[in-house]
Design a binder for this molecule. Sequence first.
Ligand SMILES: Nc1ncnc2c1ncn2[C@@H]1O[C@H](COP(=O)(O)OP(=O)(O)OP(=O)(O)O)[C@@H](O)[C@H]1O
Length: 257
Amino acid sequence: MPNNAAIAFENVGQVFATDTGPLEALRGVSTSIARHQFVAVLGPSGCGKSTLLRLTSGLLKPTSGSVKVFDLEVTDPRDDVGIVFQKPTLLPWANTIDNVLFPLKHRGGFVAKDDRQRAHDLVKMVGLEGFETRLPNELSGGMQQRVGIARALLMDPDILLMDEPFSALDALTREEMGFELLRIWQERPKTVLFITHSISEAVLLADRVIVMTDRPGAILEDLKVPLDRPRTVETTTSKVMHEFAGYLRSLLLKRAA
Ligand SMILES: Nc1ncnc2c1ncn2[C@@H]1O[C@H](COP(=O)(O)OP(=O)(O)OP(=O)(O)O)[C@@H](O)[C@H]1O
């Protein structure tokens, strides 16, 4: 395992205790993600994708093996790891800026003038200039998700964990958000672990796609995406994208056969 990895999973297993007995969610997951690499994870429902993400964030400890971030075993949530969930879980009474600043406030941190400026800059970066004082219910789903992304970027984390971040959005907004994320990622390089059910989204965004098996989740294939950057709208209709997506689809279907 290279020791310059941003994230390293070493023989990770996760067994949950449930009412009906132990449930093995992950088995023997070993892989590493280089700094500033964009890795997408695809796999059937319940194969442990979110569990992998929670283990990386420190919200959960593995029952076997280890998860390391920059060579240190993950024991607790860290400031250099930002998370974006499917639903942005914004505070309904707080405006855009205050929602972005929430992680700082939550940690009991003093919000300095610089922090407020950073929040304004991030809000601008995610395309919400002019919406700084709006409440979440005055924003569309896509805009709320942008607030969630700006919030995850507040501490300028090196690692960004994203759990189906665009799945609640309509197809067009979803694609737009994907390109937006690539723009942000190029502007402020980050190590991204991105969970999705969308093959085309995984291919369009990532450097590498990890395909998981059914539960207990293990790595079925780990593939480099054969597309140059920057990715553009043309990429989405390219032959290479089409063929690679087709291969991934066959992998996922074979598994279900
Ligand atoms: N805290 C928990 N206690 C018990 N079982 C759990 C817990 N968290 C997850 N599981 C179970 O572990 C398995 C993997 O869950 P996980 O959410 O990681 O899957 P997933 O691949 O992200 O699924 P989906 O694609 O449907 O979101 C599932 O069977 C789930 O029910």
